[in-house]
Structure formats: C-alpha cells, structure tokens
Design a protein around this ligand. Structure first.
Ligand SMILES: CSC[C@@H](O)[C@@H](O)C(=O)COP(=O)(O)O
Length: 364
C-alpha cells in the first residue's frame, strides 16, 4: 500500500505534512480555503497534481456545510475562491486548469434552469471529489506507457536481435510519487510499473536541493516500497551517468508548454543536458492537467522564487555564511530539444508532436 498524502471524505480533508517527513508522519486538518492556500504556499503539500487536488478539496470542505441563498452566490463563491487558490504557487499549471474547469462547470450549473442550488452544490462537490480517483487512474496509465517506452527504447538501442529488454536502471529527480499526487505517482509511477513488471534493476534518486524532496520524500517512498534504490547528490549526476549504465532519466513536470518545453524542479535542466551528453533518453512524465497549450514555449512560464532560508538553512541549522546573497528559483525550464518523450495517460509523445496530438485528443 503506497503512502497517502491526502485523506478526504465529504466534509473532511487532511494532508500529510511534508515539511515534517521523514522524521514525523503527522496529518494536518484543512478546514477551508485559507488553510488550503497556506499548506500549498508553505509546501506542507507539494507536487503539481497534489497542489490542485488539495486546493480544490479545500474549497469543497468549506462549501459543504454552507447554505447558499442562490445559485449565483454559490457560483461567485466558487469562482472567487478558486482564483485565490491559483495564487498560492505560480509555476504548476494543474491548479489553474482545475480551477478553470470547475468555474466553467459552475457557470453551466448556474444557467441550467432544471436544477436548484442544493443540486448545484452536490454536483460541484462530486466533480471536485472525482479528481482524486481520476488522478490515480491517470498515474497508473502514465506508469504503463512510460515503462513500455523505456523498455522499448532499450531493446531498440541494443538492436532488434537482442530480444526483449532485461531489467533497467533509471534516475529520477525531485518527488513525483504518492506524496506529490493522489497516489501512485507520475515519474515515480513509471518506476513503480517497472518494478511491478520485474524490470527495475535499480532506481537512483537525487537529493534535490534546496528543499530535498529527493532525500526526504522520494527516498522515503522508495524505502517504504522496498525498491532497490540509491540516493545521489545533485552534483553527482554526470558521474552517475558515466559510471552506472543508467538506461533512462524520468522526471515529472509542473507545466509543459505547447512546444514541449517543460518547467520542473530546479536542477532538471542540468540533468537533461548531462543525459544528452551521455546519450541517455530523458523522459518527462505528466498528466494532461500539467500541459498548458495556451503558452507557445517555456519562455512564458512564471518561475517561482522561494525564500533564501530554504538555501541558507537545513532545518533549523544555518549552513551558509551570514550576509551572502541568494538566488532561489524553485523550478527551471528544460528545452524541448533535450526531451526524448512526454509520457501522458494517453500515450508517449515527442515534444514536436505534442500540441497536435493533445489538441486532437481534447477535441474527441
Ligand atoms: C507529480 S509532481 C511533478 C512536479 O510537481 C515535481 O516534479 C516538482 O517539481 C515538485 O516541485 P515542488 O516545489 O516540490 O512542488
């Protein structure tokens, strides 16, 4: 059973406080939108899909006990509060896409003369709650497509006569597992699927400075799952790819632009450069809710900058010389030219094919 970062039943929402992991497993009660905004902004919950789900469910628990005098008042509440939640963290697009979808739904329900305010509220809550199940199903599909693509790539590289691929070594960055999603994970879902197929020889995870999502969270998940796994520092990736016969890199995404440029945790870009140098395939695993076709390239992605303290301190302990200036962008943009494939729940796409393929899928 994988770790559960989000516990929800109608009227009640709790999140596993990821600031305390791996030392303590403590759930925090999220009573409404103010709590939701704070736990996202402070990164007590993080990871693009989990941010969207917790944001929307924080509104669901707030709306659930309230009585609304009219459908218009309920619609205004939904629209105003969802737009506020989008402001908690700017780079990941999932919260914005979820907010837009729920606002569209609220507008349609408001206009529908056949339903009353109680029915409108019920349908809004059901649509929000559906995100949890959908995210897990999408992650499982991402895992299956991703594992297949990696194994196929290995077979092709070895030449068709080599038969089917043996077990593989992969590298991942940041945390994209159960903690970053409703469950199973995106890039870590691919790793999970390789393990389920008996094809995971080894997984390497980076420390992911400065917030240490790799050392604290991914390592915690990998140990929990008893996968053969090793932690490396961010500065060791080039040496790792030279020495350890890694078959593929697989990372998550916070926002993928229409041309395939991908914003993900700081450090992703340099791993992609190093992977290209060593001829190691570099995959991005992301649900369609992380793909932003409204922006043509990564130049349009707002990169969140986080407080200096995340760099100068580890926990309560100061490691940087007092007085030094810091630059702490939380994400970087990997150019599409460095990406082998974008693994979604609907298949794996080359960056250049992404826009047309997703547009077609969304139309059907
Ligand atoms: C499935 S999570 C995908 C991304 O959100 C993940 O790779 C990442 O960059 C997380 O950043 P974080 O700052 O921890 O929210």
């Amino acid at each position: 059973m994988s770790l559960q970062s989000i516990k929800y039943s109608r009227g009640s929402l709790e999140i596993l406080d990821q600031l305390l992991l791996p030392g303590q497993s403590k759930y925090l009660v999220v009573r409404g939108v103010e709590d939701g905004w704070k736990v996202i902004n402070k990164m007590q919950v993080r990871g693009a899909p989990a941010i969207a789900i917790v944001g929307c469910l924080s509104l669901a628990v707030e709306v659930n006990p309230e009585e609304f005098g009219s459908k218009k008042l309920l619609r205004q509440e939904i629209e105003g509060k969802l737009n506020y939640l989008v402001s908690a963290r700017p780079t990941a697009v999932n919260m914005k896409i979820a907010a837009d979808e729920l606002i569209t739904l609220a507008n349609e329900l408001d206009k529908d003369e056949n339903i009353d305010v109680a029915e409108m509220k019920h349908r809004f809550l059901s649509a929000t709650e559906a995100m949890l199940k959908k995210d897990i199903a999408d992650n499982r599909a991402i895992g299956a497509h991703g594992a297949k693509a990696i194994l196929q790539g290995v077979t092709e590289a070895a030449g068709a006569s080599a038969g089917s691929a043996g077990s593989v070594r992969v590298l991942t960055h940041c945390n994209t597992g159960s903690l970053a999603t409703a469950g199973y994970g995106t890039a870590l879902g691919v790793v999970r699927q390789l393990a389920e197929l008996g094809k995971l020889e080894h997984v390497y995870c980076t420390e992911t400075r400065p917030y240490n999502q790799g050392a604290r969270l991914t390592a915690y998940e990998l140990v929990h799952e008893k996968f053969p796994a090793t932690l490396v520092l961010d500065s060791m990736v080039a040496a790792l790819l030279r020495a350890k016969n890694v078959a593929a890199v697989v990372v998550g995404a916070d926002r993928v632009a229409a041309n395939g440029d991908t914003a993900n945790k700081i450090g992703t870009y340099q791993i992609a450069v190093v992977a290209k140098h060593h001829g190691v395939p570099f995959y991005v695993a992301a649900p369609l809710t992380s793909i932003d076709l409204a922006i043509p390239s990564g130049d349009h992605i707002i990169i969140e900058e986080r407080p200096d303290r995340e760099m100068t301190h580890v926990g309560e302990h100061r490691i940087a010389a007092p007085g030094i200036n810091c630059w702490n962008p939380a994400f970087d943009v990997t150019p599409a030219s460095l990406i082998t494939g974008i693994i979604t729940e609907r298949g794996v796409f080359k960056p250049a094919e992404l826009n047309a393929a997703i547009t077609k899928l969304l139309e059907s």
